[in-house]
Design a protein around this ligand. Structure first.
Ligand SMILES: [Ca+2]
Ligand SMILES: [Ca+2]
Length: 366
């Protein structure tokens, strides 16, 4: 809130009552080089009163009001932001009216992750996570605290599937046709050992002749398999030697590079086979956690970071780090992170999935 006037009780009371009703306020300290408590609504103790610093040198701005009623400082000198006139207008100006919105932004980030937090909790979080003793010359009696935003972490989620009914259905699209080199990968944490479990599958139609193919990453008897298909009856495959242990996150990947099928678990090659059997084009939906053609095999556990890329990404053993956020690569056709508790595709191809049969989310992530 960028109002500034001399002390006026009705205004202060209005702000105080609004805060009491659950609305968080950041208020500009004012630009009088004076005690903030001499102004309204800067002097409302329940609000987050924000003074200005010069971000080029962290000095308290010469104009900023100061004093005990300040809660925090934020950048307020030469701040570029949106401006009136058009949707693309900007302006670069100074004042505690430029500092207070920084505080409002951090409050909004905090409330995004803590939607039940009241104004006191929001103010406490912002003040307690501020950077201390970096403001030079903050003014008499001012708290030496500079707004810090990075304490607000974005929550991460994975896809939770029950092994019986739940899966994600991604409608067929042309971008899901990959007819050459391909990598299909995911992070998985299964609840069961030794079972057949569908991970990422895209094919249709059992039987010869028809090209209704794609690719399958699946656990077969608890081991990782990668299959390239012309249709449900014509295919080639490789199965890795390693049992996938339940109860732990694993990165699993299937690769076809034009001359070989390979499977990797946690970055290590666990199976390979000479093959020139490329995936065929198809019309089937892509399923995450269900058998591609008839849904009869499901996955029981957590899946995250599912990605289909039209390229052979892994040619040798690789180091799996930061599985919760894969490094971007070119030619990605679908990438499902589940972090927004949706099955939205972040590859840019619009291959957004639909949750089926009780599919949900977990904060347990790789
Ligand atoms: Ca306050
Ligand atoms: Ca995730």
């Amino acid at each position: 809130m960028s109002l500034r006037g001399s002390v006026y009780d009705p205004l202060d009371k209005a702000v105080r009552d609004s805060i009491a009703s659950g609305v968080t306020y950041t208020v500009a300290a004012g630009n009088d080089n004076d005690k903030a408590s001499n102004y309204s609504p800067a002097g409302v103790k329940e609000a987050i009163t924000v003074g200005a610093t010069d971000p080029s040198n962290d000095y308290g701005a010469y104009f900023s009001n100061y004093g005990l009623v300040l809660d925090i400082f934020a950048p307020g000198v030469n701040i570029t932001s949106a401006w009136i006139g058009s949707d693309t207008d900007t302006n670069t100006i100074s004042g505690t009216s430029m500092a207070a919105p920084h505080g409002a932004g951090v409050a909004a980030l905090y409330l995004q992750n803590n939607p039940g937090a009241g104004p006191y909790a929001v103010a406490s979080a912002i003040v307690n996570n501020a950077t201390t003793v970096v403001v030079i010359d903050p003014g008499p009696d001012s708290p030496n605290r500079l707004l810090y935003s990075n304490f607000v972490s974005t929550p991460q989620f994975s896809l939770a599937l029950n092994g019986t009914s739940a899966y994600v259905d991604v409608p067929n699209s042309a971008s899901l046709n990959v007819t050459g080199a391909i990598t299909v990968e995911a992070a998985i944490k299964t609840n069961v050992a030794g079972a057949d479990q569908a991970l990422v599958e895209r094919y249709n139609n059992y039987g010869g002749g028809t090209s209704d193919g794609g690719y399958v990453l699946r656990l077969v008897g608890g081991k990782l398999a990668f299959i390239t298909l012309m249709n449900g009856g014509v295919y080639d495959y490789v199965i890795g030697s390693q049992d996938i242990s339940p109860g732990y996150w694993h990165h699993v990947a299937g690769v076809f590079d034009g001359s070989q099928l390979r499977v990797y678990v946690d970055g290590g090659l666990v199976g390979s086979k000479s093959s020139t059997f490329a995936p065929g084009t198809g019309t089937g939906n892509l399923r995450i956690g269900a058998k591609g053609d008839d849904l009869t095999i499901k996955f029981n556990g957590l899946i995250d970071e599912v990605r289909v890329t039209a390229d052979a990404l892994y040619n040798a053993n690789f180091n799996v780090v930061g599985m919760h956020e894969l490094m971007p690569v070119a030619n990605t056709r679908g990438y499902w992170k589940f972090n927004n508790q949706t099955a939205t595709d972040s590859s840019g191809n619009g291959n957004n999935g639909v949750l089926v049969g009780g599919a949900g989310f977990s904060t347990d992530v790789p």
